[in-house]
Design a protein around this ligand. Structure first.
Ligand SMILES: *Cc1c(COP(=O)(O)O)cnc(C)c1O
Length: 433
């Protein structure tokens, strides 16, 4: 599989390089040189697969085209995808696809676990042990940490801002296996990110460490996210055959939506997507006006989508041949403020007896407001509502249940390292490990 940089078409690399580098030199993002359509035989095999990992193996084999041996690929997907993506229909025309059945209970598990498997695979012949160094403001760290648990040959160091992640999020970071180390930094998320960047370029550490960032723009995180659109289609198929399928995607950095468009380009019959955002509506604004105006992000109750300069926008453009007209004929713009998001959560609860998290609720409202008579709509539930329990409870006036994956964390042994926000501290700690 060959990939090129969104900033320079002549910069072509193999999958291994794209995955270990994350970001292309010059700041571009890696994209597959070609996204081939599946033959109708393979497509029907994918759609009738019993388990998620069976569908994933066919799709990964197709996309990666021999970059990873079939046997190794099977190991990677079998280990990564031990859970599925149930579709819950609210009516004949409207339903949700639950993407939160993985260990960290957010859809980021799909990307993080596949990436962990691939990096683990490449680490087998690395001379120096690979260390994943990441900063997290909450959810990503949990998914990445869990993805790399017990992966041989990889160390993970996760920096998070002290006192600024929820208690459950902190427990998700601090209760993992010995190869995953949680570092609480006395500072902000931006401080954590700045520390990571400094360590990456510190030559004094380059003999001792081979760092990899495993961040959200890594192509290995995007690829597996296309898989669940096939799964969603096969589960909603009976309904979808009655009308065109529209998928509403709660979006922040737009990785999820890019992956959906990739699935569509592989031949999955999705009619349209909806880019559903909170008040951070840079992309919906672009779709309406043709003007792309990134800005500072606003805080909302759907905080995993508080993004003012979406990192995957370049990919989204390329997937539509960098043409505004192509993009807006494929993607419907939608955004919702916090009050209307809460109203949508209440509506889903009273009308369909279903608890949605604030991110999914925005995508639900998008379908409610835009779906045509002859269309079937599925909105993505990107996180379990318990991850946003406070907002859910005060909005619905209930004491919502906490699933065992999260409640179990309370009793587990937890460990962390505490550092100041000065680089010298991080440097010395890394040097002496
Ligand atoms: C990360 C995240 C999103 C946004 O996904 P993108 O791929 O960045 O658009 C939406 N919802 C939840 C719960 C998330 O964690």
């Amino acid at each position: 599989m060959k990939l090129f940089s969104t900033r320079d078409r002549n910069q072509v690399v193999e999958l291994r390089e794209a995955v270990l580098q994350s970001l292309a030199p010059g700041g571009g993002l890696y994209m597959p040189m070609s996204i081939r359509r599946l033959s109708s035989d393979v497509l029907s095999e994918v759609l009738s697969a019993d388990r998620f990992c069976d569908a994933a193996l066919l799709l990964a084999g197709h996309l990666l085209g021999g970059s990873v041996l079939q046997g190794d690929l099977k190991q990677i997907v079998d280990r990564a995808f031990t859970f599925d993506t149930p579709v819950v229909m609210h009516s004949d025309r409207l339903g949700t696809c639950e993407l939160w059945h993985g260990p960290s209970m957010a859809f980021k598990d799909f990307g993080a676990r596949f990436m962990a498997g691939l990096i683990g695979h490449y680490a087998k012949d690395a001379v120096t042990k690979i260390t994943i160094l990441v900063a997290t403001s909450g959810d990503t760290g949990g998914a990445v940490g869990a993805g790399f648990e017990d992966v041989d040959g990889i160390d993970v160091v996760i920096l998070y801002p002290k006192g600024r992640v929820s208690r459950l999020q902190e427990l998700q970071l601090t209760t993992l296996s010995d190869n995953v180390c949680a570092v609480e930094v006395d500072g902000s998320f931006d401080d954590c990110q700045a520390l990571v960047k400094q360590a990456f370029v510190d030559e004094r550490l380059s003999n001792q460490y081979q760092f990899s960032s495993a961040n959200s723009i890594n192509i290995a995180r995007l690829i597996p996210q296309s898989f669940y659109y096939f799964r969603l289609y096969s589960k909603a198929r009976l309904y979808a055959e009655e009308g065109d399928l529209v998928v509403a995607v709660p979006s922040g950095n737009f990785g999820n939506l890019c992956a959906g468009v990739m699935a569509q380009q592989m031949g999955l019959p999705i009619s349209k997507f909806i880019a559903a955002t909170n008040a951070n509506d840079v992309v919906p604004h672009y779709l309406r006006t043709g003007q792309y105006e990134p800005r500072v992000s606003l805080s909302t109750i759907s905080n995993a989508m508080d993004v003012g300069a979406p990192s995957n926008f370049e990919r989204l453009q390329l997937l539509h041949s960098s043409t505004w007209n192509n993009m807006r004929s494929n993607i419907i713009p939608y955004h919702l403020d916090d009050d209307a998001t809460r109203a949508a959560m209440r509506e889903i609860y009273t009308k369909y007896d279903y608890i949605a998290d604030p991110h999914g609720a925005i995508a639900y409202a998008a379908l409610r407001d835009t779906l045509a008579q002859d269309q079937v709509g599925i909105y993505l539930e990107t996180a379990h509502p318990a991850k946003f329990k406070e907002i859910v409870d005060e909005t619905l006036l209930i004491d919502s249940p906490i699933p065992h994956q999260l409640s179990n964390l309370e009793g587990m042994p937890s460990a962390k390292v505490s550092l100041s926000s000065t680089y010298a501290d991080l440097y010395e700690w890394l040097r002496d490990r």
